[in-house]
Each structure stands twice: as C-alpha cells, then as structure tokens.
Design a protein around this ligand. Structure first.
Ligand code: DC
Length: 678
C-alpha cells in the first residue's frame, strides 16, 4: 500500500492483463455480522481485509464473538443471538470504534439496540457527520433505548436496554440511505417471536443493496416477504442458522475501475498493446451485487465486455467513449467511475439521481466536481446530479493534484485520469485512503498499466563515498512511493559472486566475470538483497566488499553488462537511482540529478561515528586520509570517474540532517512537477 503524502501517477498509455480483486465490502460486513449473530460456526472464504472490515471484526470480538483466522478462511463462532462482551457486567458500557464504516455503524446499531445495551458506538469525525437519525427513530418506535452523545441525528450513540413492542409496523425512511432498512432487516430476525412488518417511507434508494441483504439473509436461513419495495415482513419464528461455508465475491464496485480501465486504456495514442484487454477475476455476470450493473453503463459508453460466472473481460470498443445520460440510483458507488469515464467521452454526460453521494465518506458530488474541474473539464453540479463536459482538446487538460477527502472511491476513480491524451501526470493526494476497501489498489492498477514511453520519472543521486547518498536516495524513494535502485550493490554482488566462483578480480578476467554475472539471480526484497535466494545484504556491506566492488566497477565489460539490468528498474510509478553513472550513462534523461558534495572532513567524521557505534576501533585521521585518497582515485579514474552530470544540482549536506537533505531534494523535485506548490 502507498502510505505517502501523495502519489504521482505518470501518464499512462495502455493496460493489459489480469487482476484479482479483493472481496466485496458490502458482502463482507453483512456476512460477518450475520455469522456473529447466528447459531453455529461459519467459515468465511475470501473475506475483504480492509479498514472497514477490520473495525467490524474488532467490534464483533468486543461483543464476545470468537473469530479465528485459519489460513485464508475465517471461522466465526456465532453468539446465537446473545451478547457476551468479555468481562462486562450489567452496568458496564463497551465503546465500539467503527472508523468511517457505514456498513458497520448502521447494522451494529440496530443489532445491539434490539439485543440490548451497554454499548457506545462512534467513529472518525466524518462518521459523526453521517446521518443515522432515521434508523434511530425507527428503532425507538419499537422500544429501543438509544441516546445521541453528540449532535441529534448523528453518531456517536449510546445504546441501552430495550423494552420491545413489535406488534405495530415499523416505519423507516428509505430515501437517505438504504443501510437503515438493511440494518433493521438484519437485526429484527433476532427477536421475531411474532411477524414483524417494516414499512418504507419515501422512495427506497439503492435497491440493489437491499437485494444483497435479502440474498444473504436467505443464506443464513431467514426468508423475508417483500411487497414491492414498500413493505417487508419477517415471519414469526425466523432464526439465523449458519450456512457452514460461505465465499465472498470480489467487490463489484472495485471492479468498476478495471472495467473503465479496459474501456479507456487499450491502445490509446497508439502506444497500447494489441487487443489484450483487462480480465477481472472474482466477480462476474451472476454477481449478487447491484454494482455489477455498472457493466451495462460502461457498455453504453462503448466498452466491449464479456463475462462469465466469476470473471469479466473488458476491451476498448467505441472511441472516444459515448457521452451518457443516466439515472444512477441503482449503482450509486460505481457511478462515480462513470464521472471519470466522462472525461473521455464525445460530449456532455449527465449522472442523475445521486443525492445520496452527499452523505457518503465525503460529499462526493462536491469532491468529484472539484477534481474534474482541476483536470480541465466543465462541470455543473446540482443537488442530485452532475453534468460533465470533457476538456475540449488535449491542450485543455490541466495537470491536477486531486484532493481525496479521505474517500477511497475518489482516489481510485481519479487514477483513471492518468490516461489523459495530454500525457500529463496526475497527483492523487493521500493515496492510503484506498485502505478502506482496496489497500492494494494502486499496485494492482500499475501492474497492468503501460506508461507512455520515456515518461516514468527517475531521480538520480550521486556523490563521493560516505556522502550519505544511499540513505538520502532511499528516504526520497520512500517519501515518493518510488522504487529504489542502489546500483553500488550490483557491483558489490558481482564482486562477491566472482570471488565465490574462484575468479581473481583482474581485468584479464572481465569476460568470465560477466559470464558469472549473467547467471545471477538477484532480487531486492525490501531492504534485503537476495542472491539465488541467499540473503547477502550483510556480506556485501563490508569494507572488503566495497573495495572489491570498486575493482570490478572499473572493468568496462562489467559496466556494459549492467546497463540494461539497471534500466529495468525504471518501473511505475517511478525510480530513485543512486550511484556513479546514473545521471550520465544509465538515465541521462532523468528530470532531476542530485550530486552531494559534503566535505571530506565531514564525511570522515560521519563514517567515524558509524564505525565506533558498531564497536569497530578506528582513527579519525586515518579515515580522512583514506577518504581523500579514494576521492582522488575515484575522480581521476578512466572508467566512470566520479563527477557530477552536467545538469546535476549540487547539494552540500555537510551541515544538514538527513531529513533536511530529503526536504531540499523533494522541494527540487516538486519544482520540476507541473502541479504547483502543495
Ligand atoms: O555506492 P557503493 O559504495 O555501494 O559502490 C560500490 C563501488 O561501486 C564503489 O567503488 C563505486 C562503484 N560504483 C560504480 O562504479 N558505479 C555505480 N553506478 C555504483 C557504484
């Protein structure tokens, strides 16, 4: 997962390949609650692992539910309709923190309110701005005790013991969030000693989510009678029973980004690859999730979609996409993806009946409007609609830094703007907000995307020995979410492998050393370096290994053999490369090259402190003399001498902390980006 402050997506040209998506959030949280409430053990497969499911799991454990992870399956031992918070007495209050998960807050409120007492439910500040009054009103009608701890109508809530009266029909509003009805449908079977009738007041929105609820209730043995979308009856004697095993489908809303990707990306601007398309595993035509209907809307816009029971395959069809005018009530979440597809359409698109967007993770109508306008689209925003006209021509697209308001879907949607015809990068702020439902979203997207050739950013760093370039380069890479190439380690590994093969490190042997080099299996795993699966991270860091690396790095054939390998590290979303000739030979087109120039005295002192800390006795003056001698050798050597690239920026970090140096380099980098100051 990208945990950086922002993620700069370079311009993307095409996409091909297969993706497996994480489990559906809506199904996961419903199944977790039903498994917790029912009798018996339920083994859940392919459950979504994300922020929203984690808060649900924690809450269920606090309610006394036994949950055990067993490989890829989760075993939930149901409470059999009785609460059992560990260590609780009649008067204790258990606080439940539900983050920003509406799919946890609403159903848990209902379930705890009918079961009775002793809980406080809250979440992040945004959760306390998301309405729950209609559900609380409905629950109070049937005798539940619920108090608002903050603003009336919003969490946090305290739930006490109920005195239930279920003989009258329960009235609940259906036009703000369908989750209120879902919450009642999942809670009331716990107390269905007589028929319980729920009447929906107002037009029920997001009906497909109610269908998911009904479908899953049936899987847990509860049949609900439905009279249109107005009246629901839970029959007397209904009881949750575990289905034993249950597989969670992949998330259809998450699939929408990859359906759109298939429709937008293939072969764009002539760079893309053939007609490969995007295959989506885990969700298909027979999905119980309403958002699967997004596929129809994508087809209307021009996507070519094939589907099977557990897969979708999407290719680009009509191009540019056809503008669309659509009522989105049935696909409220996936419809956000249409708003970004509209950027690639042949005219103005209108998304209607989306008022519920305003009470989601953020005000999604406002957030979409802001981002789309930043990209150069013309947007009209209404109380319940959005009208989008794409930028008139490639020249009208603008480089945009997209604010995401802690809303996973805003971040995921806008990543698709990286396929813009102007070949501009797109900045996604706070990319880790995708953790709500799809922690590996950006990795998945980048794994199937092709960059516009030459547009993957590279930042090169070089400097004399002990200048701290490795530390600085790794830190800059971490702050940008980029890959990191420590090119010196490749020379160190080459020397180690050559020595292991019994070769003297002499120029006469360079051909044979290259032969050895070609057979090596080198892998970088986080901060570890593996040579044929053996961790050599420490072995290549010794003074001797450095000296040997210096020897082999002066052999022209060795350097030549490493050129393509080093270039292969230039992968999405970007690279920070550290080493001698990074900015000159390997990546001469790198937009930023930094050359460190700390004084020899200062470097000697740093090295001295490092070695003393490690318990290695050294004399400062000797270290200084060594460094000066090595500088002289390095700068005057014939092959790849130490000297800054012509267009390198010099940074004297003698008096700077690592953090200060990192910030200076990031400022320089920022200055090269088209987004302006952040
Ligand atoms: O950065 P380092 O100390 O790990 O590098 C080991 C040796 O390899 C050092 O003598 C410099 C040399 N080197 C090189 O010639 N070219 C590179 N791109 C990286 C390192």
């Amino acid at each position: 997962m990208f945990t950086t402050e922002f993620l700069d997506l370079p311009p993307l040209a095409g996409a091909t390949g297969s993706v497996t998506l994480p489990g559906s959030k809506s199904i996961s949280n419903r199944v977790l609650l039903l498994a917790a409430l029912c009798d018996g053990v339920t083994c859940i497969h392919d459950l979504l692992d994300s922020d929203d499911t984690r808060v649900m799991l924690t809450a269920l454990r606090q309610m006394g539910c036994r949950i055990v992870q067993n490989g890829t399956e989760l075993q939930v031992t149901g409470l059999g309709g009785k609460l059992n918070p560990p260590g609780s007495g009649a008067t204790t209050v258990t606080p439940l923190f539900l983050g920003n998960a509406g799919t946890a807050m609403r159903p848990l409120t209902a379930a705890l309110a009918v079961l009775g007492g002793g809980f406080e439910l809250g979440g992040v500040p945004r959760m306390h701005e998301r309405p729950i009054g209609d559900l609380v009103d409905a629950l109070r009608q049937l005798g539940c005790t619920i108090d608002y701890l903050g603003n009336a109508g919003f969490p946090p809530l305290r739930i006490g013991r109920p005195t239930l009266n279920l003989s009258e029909p329960i009235r609940v509003r259906g036009d703000v969030s369908s989750q209120f009805l879902t919450a009642l449908l999942m809670a009331l079977p716990l107390v269905a000693r007589e028929n319980i009738v729920i009447d929906v007041v107002g037009e029920l929105i997001s009906r497909p989510y109610i269908e998911i609820t009904l479908n899953l209730l049936a899987r847990f043995g509860v049949m609900v009678e439905r009279d249109g979308w107005q009246r629901f009856t839970i029959t007397a004697g209904s009881k949750f029973t575990s289905p034993g095993h249950l597989h969670v489908e992949a998330d259809a809303s998450s699939a929408s980004y990859f359906v759109a990707l298939g429709a937008i990306a293939i072969g764009m601007h002539g760079h893309g690859a053939g007609d490969g398309g995007i295959t989506i595993q885990g969700v298909g035509a027979d999905s119980i999730q309403g958002d699967i209907r997004f596929v129809d809307a994508a087809r209307d816009m021009g996507a070519r979609v094939e589907s099977g029971p557990n897969w979708l395959k999407v290719r680009r069809g009509v191009w540019p996409l056809r503008a669309i005018d659509i009522d989105c009530n049935h696909i409220p979440d996936a419809a956000m993806t249409l708003a970004v597809m509209a950027l690639y359409a042949d005219g103005t698109s209108t998304l209607r009946n989306i008022a519920s967007w305003r009470v989601k993770e953020t005000d999604r109508i406002a957030a979409m409007t802001t981002g789309l306008r930043k990209l150069g689209a013309t947007v009209e925003e209404g109380a319940d609609f959005l009208q989008i006209t794409p930028p008139q021509s490639p020249a009208h697209w603008k480089p945009a830094s997209i604010p995401t308001y802690d809303d996973h879907r805003i971040a995921m949607c806008f990543s698709l703007a990286a396929f813009n015809p102007a070949e501009l990068p797109v900045r996604i702020e706070d990319p880790q907000c995708v953790a709500k439902t799809f922690p590996e979203y950006f990795e998945t997207l980048l794994s199937v995307s092709h960059p516009v050739p030459g547009k993957i950013p590279v930042l090169c760093m070089d400097g004399p020995t002990a200048s701290g370039k490795g530390t600085l380069a790794a830190a800059v890479a971490a702050r940008l979410g980029y890959h990191f190439l420590d090119s010196g380690s490749l020379y160190r590994i080459t020397a180690l492998a050559a020595a292991q093969a019994g070769l003297a490190l002499e120029i006469a042997n360079q051909e044979r050393i290259v032969d050895v080099l070609r057979t090596l299996d080198i892998r970088f795993q986080g901060s570890k370096i593996l040579l044929s699966d053996v961790d050599v991270s420490d072995a290549i860091r010794t003074e001797e290994a450095g000296l040997n690396a210096s020897k082999v790095s002066a052999f022209p054939m060795v350097r030549e053999a490493l050129v393509e390998f080093q270039r292969s590290f230039r992968k999405l979303p970007g690279l920070v490369a550290d080493g001698r000739d990074m900015g000159t030979v390997i990546f001469p087109d790198a937009p930023l090259k930094v050359f460190l120039t700390a004084s020899a005295a200062c470097r000697a002192e740093r090295r001295y402190k490092q070695l003393i800390l490690k318990g290695i006795p050294v004399i400062l003056d000797n270290l200084l003399a060594d460094l000066e001698a090595r500088d002289a050798r390095d700068t005057t050597r014939m092959i790849a001498p130490l000297k800054p690239a012509e267009d390198a920026k010099l940074l004297d970090n003698s008096e700077l902390t690592v953090e200060q140096s990192v910030n200076i380099v990031l400022d320089w980098w920022q200055g090269k980006q088209p987004f302006g100051k952040i």
